[in-house]
Design a protein around this ligand. Structure first.
Ligand code: BGC
Length: 715
């Protein structure tokens, strides 16, 4: 705590301090959350804005970057840092102080409604991308908020469900990205999840907030609740929650909504309601009730002082608005702010390209400019910006796949084939409803799409899912009649390329009938530009899967109702540490496409692989050669097998990776270092243990395409 903060704390009255631990309405109406300042003492107000795909200042525009899962698919933490810097600057340009992102929860269920807002099923990849993003955001002088701490792995019943999860799975899977955000990223704020963990609401979770986060990890920043996610006064205050958000009743926060549409049942079937997501409508727990608890002696005032000092220290630490400056009345320094610059537009495109995963290619890609192309797909004329909910961003500009392809090929036709797929939107201007979409049933026909496909050199089918905060997807099938459309087109076309714009894994029943499949996730405003660059070979599709593509939802550990969405408000995380590819490996289930998979237009050969023990772990080097005719990106992936552990451990766990671009004919030696901790497992009695004896290092191109294996003894 700086001396300014100590001095301010002494000056503040109890009532003034209480006003600094819960939100209030933003007088400008643009912020997602607002904490009023204190004029008497020169404390500036704090403005807080969503996150994490771009800046969602109400009624304002910003660069709509690709979804977090697309960023993670780049396996490029440096790119995450550039992205973070850009959204940090856009946050500053919108005159906001705190960004509500990134989200680092583990993708546990393939149908998760917010999977697109998260990075991966793997904690190491999530941690690397999260740290890069946070460092970037905070370099722009705004605070990042890592969310949602912890085990927010489903939207169904999210306000009540208890993730019943072992300590070992928490430590090995669900907590590491948060820990890295704190210990490496030095994140300013942590948002608590709505859900309960082992029966306790996260806003009340003293062990995870005070003991683990603030104690073991020494987090000295601010713990902020999710919106209306505070569930008590005394328990939350003691547990370590510092700021209740938004501190405003639902009807005041969403004045345009019909009060009758607020669903006061916090736990409807499937967590959904017809008109409005069932948010618990709570009064301000950290307002009057907290003051009373302190005055009655139930809570010691030092607990409140700690919360206030964390907020003031955050203000002091951000270069943008520091307490000392405001005390002298000088305006905040927003010189780092910039919005919708050419560089940000380019970055949005580059991330979309680097996140695009070439799932399969029989040689049809890249296309040639002289090819005639039939663009087919219900929503192929619009960019897929993101999913629904608090992460929605309204961009200044956007390019859909059709326009992107038209800019590169001379002979392009377009047919929707089937009716537009509804896109959930909570804050956006456009509410696309299936039947009421931009094309009516009479205007779309699979037959027309088939004719267009038959008379072109190549059919490019753009397919998508719909995902949103508030609900989980029903299945991992493509919605509507898109599978029928792809079947019909593939039969008629000479060559068929399918472009997926999905929030996570989808079933691909027509896989054998098509020639290439690209996964572009939710690519954001530069959707069409990035797609055209990849389709026509201006850029290599740089992505690798951050999630396993199973053949159906039944392949995942969440197939059983007790595991997901849970019964009697409890989701049993029975699979323990075996989530994602760890589960597929353990159960010997052949994935459709494994974690880490992705092809390149280049052809790489892995020559020599060396693994040498060091004092603090081991060093791996890989001699890579691009023996193809095009430049491309390789992602060297290093997995460990904790084979010496006396407990069941996953066959392989990602422990390091390195992305390299190599020109045709070029070669490079790629180093990857693993710390000793990469070999540790968590024992509920003794903590982290590095097993004695021989463990295994696997080097590969995906979790299932291993090119070299070596034994190491890191003791
Ligand atoms: C979401 C958070 C978001 C907050 C503010 C909540 O519904 O879970 O991720 O930051 O709303 O919009």
């Amino acid at each position: 705590m700086g001396s300014d903060v100590t001095a301010l704390l002494e000056e503040l009255t109890l009532a003034e301090k209480i006003r600094l631990v819960h939100g209030a309405a933003d007088p400008d109406g643009t912020a997602t959350g607002y904490v009023p300042g204190n004029d008497r003492l020169g404390i500036p107000p704090v403005t807080v804005v969503d996150g994490p795909l771009g800046v969602r200042a109400m009624g304002e525009r910003a660069t709509a970057f690709p979804a977090s899962i697309a960023l993670a698919a780049s396996w490029n933490p440096e790119l995450a840092r550039e992205f973070g810097t850009a959204i940090g600057r856009e946050t500053a340009a919108h005159d906001q102080d705190v960004l509500l992102g990134p989200g680092v929860n583990i993708i546990r269920t393939p149908t998760g409604g917010r999977n697109f807002e998260y990075y991966s099923e793997d904690p190491h990849l999530s941690a690397r991308m999260g740290v890069g993003t946070i460092e970037g955001i905070q370099s722009a002088g705004v605070s990042a908020t890592v969310k949602h701490y912890v085990a927010n792995n489903q939207e169904t019943n999210r306000y009540e469900v208890s993730a019943d999860v072992s300590e070992r799975a928490l430590r090995e899977l669900y907590l590491p990205a948060f820990r890295a955000a704190v210990e490496e990223g030095d994140v300013d704020a942590v948002m608590t999840a709505y859900n309960r963990v082992n029966g306790i609401y996260m806003s009340d979770h003293e062990r995870l907030l005070s003991d683990v986060l603030k104690g073991e990890w020494d987090f000295d920043g601010l713990v902020v609740s999710d919106w209306w996610g505070t569930r008590s006064t005394v328990d939350a205050a003691r547990a370590g929650l510092d700021l209740e958000m938004p501190g405003v009743e639902l009807t005041e926060y969403f004045p345009e909504m019909d009060a009758d549409s607020f669903d006061d049942d916090p736990n409807p079937p499937n967590g959904t309601s017809s008109d409005f997501p069932p948010i618990p409508d709570v009064s301000a727990y950290f307002g009057e009730p907290l003051r009373e608890a302190i005055e009655s002696g139930e809570i010691d005032e030092s607990i409140l002082d700690d919360k206030v000092s964390r907020l003031l220290s955050m203000l002091e630490s951000t270069g943008r608005q520091n307490v000392a400056k405001c005390e002298t009345g000088s305006p905040s320094d927003d010189s780092t702010g910039e919005l919708d610059t050419p560089a940000h537009r380019e970055l949005a495109r580059d991330i979309a390209i680097e996140g695009t995963v070439l799932l399969t290619n029989d040689g049809v890609l890249p296309l040639s400019e002289s090819d005639s192309v039939a663009v087919i797909g219900p929503n192929a004329d619009a960019a897929k910006l993101g999913g629904g909910g608090s992460s929605e961003v309204s961009p200044f500009t956007e390019t859909g796949p059709l326009a992107g392809i038209e800019s590169r090929a001379a002979d392009v036709s377009f047919e929707r084939g089937v009716n537009p797929i509804a896109e959930s939107s909570f804050f956006g201007d456009s509410e696309l409803a299936d039947a009421n979409g931009s094309a009516s049933a009479a205007e779309t026909s699979i037959d027309d799409a088939v004719s267009a496909a038959a008379s072109a050199d190549c059919a490019v089918v753009i397919a998508q899912d719909d995902a949103t905060e508030f609900t989980d997807r029903d299945s991992i099938e493509l919605p509507g009649r898109q599978n029928d459309l792809i079947d019909a087109v593939a039969e008629a076309a000479e060559r068929t390329v399918v472009v997926l714009r999905t929030s996570g894994p989808v079933e691909l029943p027509w896989l054998d009938a098509v020639d290439a499949v690209l996964e572009t996730w939710y690519p954001g405003q530069a959707d069409g530009e990035a797609l055209a660059a990849v389709l026509f070979g201006d850029a290599d599709p740089g992505g690798r899967l951050p999630v396993t593509f199973g053949r159906s939802a039944a392949d995942y550990p969440t197939a059983d109702e007790t595991a997901f969405p849970g019964t009697d408000d409890v989701a049993q995380y029975e699979e323990g540490v075996f989530v994602g590819y760890r589960y597929f490996d353990d159960c010997d289930i052949e994935p459709l496409f494994p974690f880490g998979h992705g092809q390149s237009y280049a052809t790489f050969e892995y020559d020599d692989v060396t693994v040498s023990e060091t004092d603090d772990g081991c060093d791996v080097t890989v001699d890579l050669r691009n023996v193809g005719t095009r430049a491309g990106k390789a992602v060297v992936q290093v997995y460990v097998g904790k084979s010496a552990a006396p407990v069941p451990t996953p066959e392989r766990e990602l422990a390091g990776f390195e992305s390299v671009e190599l020109g045709a004919g070029d070669s490079a030696t790629v180093p990857v270092s693993l710390a000793r901790e990469a070999f540790a497992y968590y024992d509920e009695n003794s903590g982290w243990i590095v097993p004695d004896g021989s463990n295994t290092v696997h080097v590969g191109r995906s979790s299932r395409d291993i090119r070299a294996t070596a034994d190491v003894d890191v003791q």
